[in-house]
Design a protein around this ligand. Sequence first.
Ligand SMILES: [Zn+2]
Length: 388
Amino acid sequence: MSRVKLLKTEVWDNDIPAICMVCGEKPAQTSHPTQMKHVFFPLNVLGIVGHMITPKKMPMNVCCCNDCKAGYLNEVNMQTIWASLKTVVLLSFVYIFTVKSAGLPKNLLIPVILMAIVLILETVYFWTIGKKNAIRCAKMDAGTVSLDLPNGKWAVAYTKYKEDKKSRRKATQAPIHDAPPPAAPSTGGDGTPPPPAQTPNLQSGFPGVESGALIAFEGMEHAQIPPQLPDFLDAVKQGDSERLEEVLKKGGDLQETMPNGMNALHLAAVAGGMQMADLLIRRGIPVNSEMANGLTAMHLAVQANNQNMVGLLLAKKGDPNHPNKEGRTPLHWCAAVADDRLDPNNRYKMANVLLRGGGDINAKDKDGNTPADLAKKTGDAKMVEVFS
Ligand SMILES: [Zn+2]
């Protein structure tokens, strides 16, 4: 077991390595929304009392591979079982003290034995089987959360991820998720349109990777967080579900969109808020809803380099074969879209996730190109191999 300290914002933005948190080896394929609670073991003697004295909770998505999924879900179920058993013990105490109070203290014997059995069993479980699949919260404060993970590999991957991100930021000298600064007003005065927004240059972010051949797709400029957001969409960007509920209560409209058709789910897909995206889908935003150029949240999540978000959208019945106006599916975007946020290595992983999720390798865009054709055009042999 290893302990890793993460920033809460990183967890909420899903700005963490996209590998399984249980085995620490395979790519994360599914994510499970979890209410992470600070465990005061063995102080949470009766669960309910523990719940009251340990109010520190945090929503997060636990990402794991398909092989570890069953073990992890098992562990989650075991937590429910322990909580239920402790509730039964607590109720038996209440029963003795209220209904059978005449026979005190002799009548306390059975509940005390019950409590001892449950505690011993839980303790044994905690240190044996439970350690194999459990993801537990060991510490939580205002800004960080410490997780106990079953293996040390994820912590190593996390350290490396942080280092990579630091050097990448240094190389680009720009935040990776925000929109480019507004263009300077045109000074020509002769009616010529302002120059098109500069497309990101891949080479700046990932030295050593050929960028020339990546393709500037129509509509790719929409995968940006608009600089000015109405209150409701700002809450979505921040991943602040409480504020979102407040705005909605005051009459905010969940279906409100930006001028380019970007709705809350599209925004969450770009901003990377898994919990938020999950909430929005549950609140009724269609997972395949389209914005400008016929883009769906999945196109945007691909372009924003967010493999876990793609996994979540697939799990929520997002269509990996949804064509945009040019007939390009998320798989086409994964193959060739020119955006320096999309880590070259992550392209391969993302392509595999999309293929496993039912992505059609033979889907043709309006020019008759399949994802493999586009990958060939970029000259990325490894990507061509993924599609072959
Ligand atoms: Zn795994």
